[in-house]
Design a binder for this molecule. Structure first.
Ligand SMILES: Cc1cc2nc3c(=O)[nH]c(=O)nc-3n(C[C@H](O)[C@H](O)[C@H](O)COP(=O)(O)OP(=O)(O)OC[C@H]3O[C@@H](n4cnc5c(N)ncnc54)[C@H](O)[C@@H]3O)c2cc1C
Length: 475
């Protein structure tokens, strides 16, 4: 079947307004929030699972690839078509199908925006705990595919800890129903297996998630430091003291000044680093923990510890953190956010290494990250139109990830592997591990039509280490 004939068939299923195929319309879907580019052949907007099934049947007949897409906020190039295939955009499958407060569950379509679910239940005293900083835009389908985290996942866990059921359309158009509202399902945990599979095994069309009770009380503290080392040492000291805050985030001094200029969150301009720390729970426990944290911060040479005294002050402190990447965007035409993880005891030395990498390549690198999880987000500022700078940026990103792995860390904490780090996978996994992962993908996605060239390397064996990092980066 020719591509033009495929588009005609797809328009019969989805209607004329359900298919974009003119170049000028497709340009908007050429990128996500990551580094890479790829122009799709067509973009489809299904409204029902039945339509997704019909699309997959046609894609199989035509031998054309399909890439699911939520809001396109992904940071690893997962929602991009690398071979001019079909993009399946979920913006019209965006209904909350059921809210079952008695069971503390919600059943949603994949295109529901993360924050909208919380907004729908917060008056009843509940929220959806996974809270990526992109929560105003990103979708729950995208969160499931990336196993997304966020500032509060230190205490509450990542998306996989909040998904109990899935309806999934397989690449061959069969429909699976996995799990449900119950906390545990029998047999292989296929629900857990699908979460974090980055749209390479199946398409989530209905998602059942846990709703979490809003805490009775919360305290938000800002630890202010003269040096980044003192702030990093505090992270280790807080957990060593047996305290697990709900959130423990860090911004380095240079970054917080940039953020402050844009967001006016009240971060002190002359500090070397700040820690944003939140504790939640029953009122008395919160008071005790907040006092203990303040003591630890001061022992670790915090210059000052401020506490938000109202909901408005708390929101303001978070505004800085949640808008941090956008604030950096004011300084540079492009930035590349890395997503490496190290054991949290290794944070101080890793931050020193990141600083050295910046000097080595002549690049400015800001650090805003989930310190409690050891999940670093060095943000490398560069100009994508400058090929040499782009190459240095990629090399710097790779050096940082290699260093994270050398310390016993990993390649991603929450942004996924996508197309940007797929060729790095053999740095982390043995050939046997890679073979088993390939076999699993093969079992669900034997023709490789669903989200090809993502997550796993594109060539075989350890040779991938030598393949070009991103052959299709457009400067
Ligand atoms: C400013 C900013 C801050 C961010 N902060 C965080 C953060 O704190 N924590 C975090 O984890 N991430 C963060 N991210 C990354 C991103 O927002 C998350 O990965 C998010 O979950 C992606 O959701 P999305 O709807 O945009 O998915 P997309 O980018 O559209 O897609 C992401 C992946 O999911 C797949 N996919 C989408 N829908 C489906 C589906 N229904 N079925 C199967 N596969 C599907 C796609 O194929 C792709 O591989 C941030 C991004 C930005 C731009």
């Amino acid at each position: 079947m020719s591509f033009a004939a495929l588009v005609r068939q797809l328009r019969k299923i989805l209607g004329d307004d359900g298919v974009l195929h003119r170049r000028e319309d497709l340009l908007l879907y050429e990128y996500d929030a990551g580094f890479s580019r790829g122009l799709p052949g067509a973009v489809l907007f299904p409204r029902t699972t039945a339509q997704v099934v019909e699309i997959m049947k046609l894609a199989n007949q035509a031998g054309v690839s399909v890439v699911p897409r939520g809001a396109g906020t992904g940071l690893s190039g997962g929602a991009i078509s690398r071979d001019a295939g079909l993009i399946l955009a979920f913006s019209r499958m965006n209904c909350i199908l059921e809210i079952d407060l008695a069971s503390q569950r919600a059943v949603v379509q994949p295109g529901v925006v993360n924050l909208e679910l919380t907004r729908a239940v917060e008056r009843e005293g509940y929220y959806f705990a996974p809270d990526p900083s992109s929560q105003k835009a990103c979708t729950i389908g995208g969160n499931v595919a990336e196993n997304s985290g966020g500032p509060h996942t230190l205490a509450y866990g990542v998306t996989v800890n909040h998904v109990t059921g899935l309806e999934v359309v397989l690449p061959d158009a069969r429909v699976l129903h996995l799990g449900g509202k119950a906390a545990h399902a029998a047999g292989y945990d296929l629900t857990g297996f699908f979460v974090g599979s980055e749209g390479t095994l199946g398409i989530a069309t209905v998602i059942t998630v846990k709703l979490t009770r809003l805490p009775e009380s919360a305290a938000t503290l800002l630890g202010i430091y003269n040096t980044i080392d003192d702030a990093a040492n505090t992270v280790v000291a807080i957990t060593a003291a047996g305290i697990t805050p709900a959130a423990l985030e860090m911004l380095d001094g240079w970054t917080l000044r940039v953020v402050e200029e844009a967001a006016h969150a009240g971060y002190p301009l002359d500090s070397g680093a700040v820690l944003l720390i939140e504790v939640e729970g029953l009122r008395e426990a919160v008071e005790e923990q907040a006092a203990a944290i303040e003591r630890v911060c001061l022992q670790q040479k915090a210059r000052e510890v401020r506490r938000a005294r109202s909901a408005a002050e708390r929101e303001l402190l978070w505004k800085g953190r949640k808008n941090a990447f956008a604030s950096l965007g004011r300084l540079s035409s492009s930035y590349y956010t890395q997503d490496g993880v190290v054991p949290r005891t290794k944070i101080p030395q890793t931050l020193r290494f990141v600083d050295e990498v910046g000097k080595k390549y002549g690049l400015r690198i800001g650090n805003i990250f989930h310190a409690g999880d050891g999940n670093l987000h060095p943000c490398i500022l560069f100009d994508v139109r400058d090929k040499q700078q782009t190459a240095r940026t990629l090399a710097a990103g790779r050096d940082i990830l290699e260093y994270c792995i050398s310390l016993g860390g990993t390649l991603t904490g929450e942004h996924g592997i996508g197309m940007e780090k797929s060729n790095f996978m053999p740095m982390l996994f043995s050939e046997e591990n890679m073979e088993v992962m390939q076999a699993l993908r093969q079992a669900f996605n034997p023709r490789g039509l669903l989200n090809p060239m993502k997550l796993l390397p594109t060539t075989r064996g350890c040779r991938e280490l030598r393949t070009p990092l991103m052959p299709r980066v457009v400067a």
